[in-house]
Design a protein around this ligand. Sequence first.
Ligand code: SF4
Ligand code: SF4
Length: 232
Amino acid sequence: MSTRKESPIKKFRLMERPLRQEEFHPGERRVGLDDRLDFACAGCGDCCTDTTAFLTPYDLWRLARYLHLTTDEFLKKTELFLDGPDGPPLLQMAHDPATGRCIWLDEDHRCPIYPVRPLSCRTFPLGVRHTPEGDLITKAHTLPRCRGEGGGSQTVRAYLEEVLAPEDGEWSRAYAALNRLLFPPGERRARDRAYLAYCLLFLFDLDRLPGEHFAAKFAAAEARLRRAAEIF
Ligand code: SF4
Ligand code: SF4
């Protein structure tokens, strides 16, 4: 029997239209699956300071299970980030306020949760966005001192197949779609504190919902949140 894992990018449908310059973050550029990526992280941990390690609900679920914590206990190790004046709420790993270091980075500049680190940490320096027009892959600007640039040579496809779990695409796409429904661009819904708290609770504190596995819990969360979005 083959032990080869299912390709995590098999269900990717890439966005086709050209992007406007304002749709990129500073220093970011679009890449295709067959483009070369000359990069291999040297593991110095420098990029775990003053940066954002975003969490999807599936990330938080996996991390809580790995650390034998409840999702409520893990939520206390995160911070809320509002993406611009009208943008949606994003959850990120908490930082040490004195140093800006991610709270997980240890004294040896290692990540002790490396096997289940968030999707945004795993794909770096690539970024994957799931939009209504399809999936978009970008290459981020790295720190000037990053030793990863030029350190390896593979395709974007091979890099993503190595770092993504098979179900990452499905659950990050589902989260992106739900986030768009809950926080439509320009509506400033994330600035309503009661609504924001309710949405974050059911998006991320999945232990409070029925079901044993992530799929059942996310479906229960989605049903409640769709109702909340309708009556907002
Ligand atoms: S700064 Fe570059 S080499 Fe260092 S951990 Fe981050 S990606 Fe890896
Ligand atoms: S979770 Fe790990 S890899 Fe991600 S920023 Fe924190 S220490 Fe770095």
